[in-house]
Design a protein around this ligand. Sequence first.
Ligand SMILES: Nc1nc2c(c(=O)[nH]1)N[C@H]1C(S)=C(S)[C@@H](COP(=O)(O)O)O[C@H]1N2
Ligand SMILES: [Mo]
Length: 401
Amino acid sequence: MADASKPNNKNNDITDNNRRKVLKNSVAVGGMAASASMPFWSKLAMGASETLVPFTDMPEGYTVPPVAPGGIHYLDTSKIDGFYTPNDDFYIIQHYNQPQIPENEFRLNLTGLVNKTLSLSLDDLRSHQKFEIDAGFECGGNSTRLYQGLIGNAHWGGVRLVDLLEEAGLDRDGVEVVFYGADKGMERTRSDVDFDVEQSFGRSMHIDDAENPDIILAYEMNGEPLPLFHGAPLRLVVPGWYGVANVKWLTQIHVQDSRYMGRFMGRDYVTLSKRDIGGEERWEERSVTRTQLKSSIIRVTENGNNHNIMGFVLNDGTPLRSVEVSIDGGAWQQAEMDSENSKYSWKLFNYTWRGASSGEHTIVSRVTDVTGQVQATQDEMPEKPTRWENYAQFPRTVMIG
Ligand SMILES: Nc1nc2c(c(=O)[nH]1)N[C@H]1C(S)=C(S)[C@@H](COP(=O)(O)O)O[C@H]1N2
Ligand SMILES: [Mo]
């Protein structure tokens, strides 16, 4: 596997239609050999001979609304046709506004328990050593109702967070690193306060997590300047964490000695689930942080007598042991992995389904990581009344003509 802790300087040859040159770098995922026999996308890319097979769990003619300023956007996952999500189709979620920050006014301030406060312009950031990494993520609120549409995978370019933390010099009392966006909203913060106060979008993490050398302050997305809707000019990307951690329109990083408790850490994006806490069964409230192990089928195509069943895996970066597909409740069959998959990218897989009979079929995938953790079925999921972290197996239905 590529060492994601080293700068990734591979050439980025994303083309308009987002098809990729293949077999460039054969990356195995956690010992699982990627198929090198047949280029992944040239096998799946919809050529003249290949047609999309409709899912019967999707309404006929399913389409997604176009990208609109201020709105949210999600993908029609059955139409994903490349390893990288194009910038103009990458899903969009923001909880306040989409602030437009003039480049010459932009500053990133690093404050709090540091030896030296930093205030950096975009040029200052660009003059730091550049770091590039592939990372895919999904919204912690992604759902089967959108056929998993709140997902994306991109190549990010920018500065390592750890380089700036080192430059500022961490004070020994620092415990928590808080990331503030420039977008703001009015919030009723406590049940015992009867007025709203203005708050910025904010997220935090323990200082040990913040020192992960793969975390990037990104000013580029897929080789282009970071687009407005994705947080221009600078956003945080925390590989292996849910989308909410990736603070857009990032303007301040603050190191403090106490727990940050803003809305998106302490009230929203909080999973309530029943868990064994040291032998006691308790209802636990937990911030949405690391991505839970998940796979899903998103696209089926027909090619002669064969069908290609394609899907994605997202997780926290733990290497995978297997991705399997089951048809109509039959035995689990190994899928092949895209050779472009890397530690924190989404991991695309394909299963070649031979001799499918006509009629409706149920197909489902499951992923297992090297620690032996297996993706749960819906029935095996912990009791979890909140809507965050939908990582259960997702059975789909297709009609074979
Ligand atoms: N400043 C700011 N950053 C934010 C948000 C936001 O509302 N404001 N939303 C978060 C959430 S919930 C998600 S899922 C991702 C979405 O990133 P994207 O719109 O680039 O896909 O951004 C995160 N970063
Ligand atoms: Mo999200």
